[in-house]
Design a protein around this ligand. Structure first.
Ligand code: ZN
Length: 95
């Protein structure tokens, strides 16, 4: 029997998600569920990711084998980048 977990502690979550297989399965479920929403956030919800957020999201999709969505996440994000942002030139030179 384990001792009670204090409120706000991550101990219970750490114990529940112990294997890499669990984490990979959760990442696959997340990316399948969020693939369409990731592409529509900027236009439908006026929700724009920072360059770092877009790269992190693309990395997750790429890690589960969805390269097409990873590229699209960056492209959709880059359309809203300003000249001083990381992806501004990337999108304009790729078309
Ligand atoms: Zn960017």
């Amino acid at each position: 029997m384990t001792s009670p977990t204090p409120a706000g502690s991550f101990t219970a979550m750490d114990d529940a998600m112990t294997s890499d297989a669990d984490i990979v399965a959760a990442a696959r479920r997340f990316t399948r569920a969020w693939a369409e929403l990731m592409m529509t956030l900027p236009e439908y919800y006026d929700c724009h990711m920072t360059c770092g957020e877009a790269e992190a999201a693309a990395d997750l999709f790429r890690a589960v084998g969805d390269e097409e969505s990873a590229v699209e996440i960056i492209d959709v994000h880059a359309a809203h980048d300003q000249p001083e942002d990381d992806h501004y030139d990337q999108l304009r030179h790729s078309r």
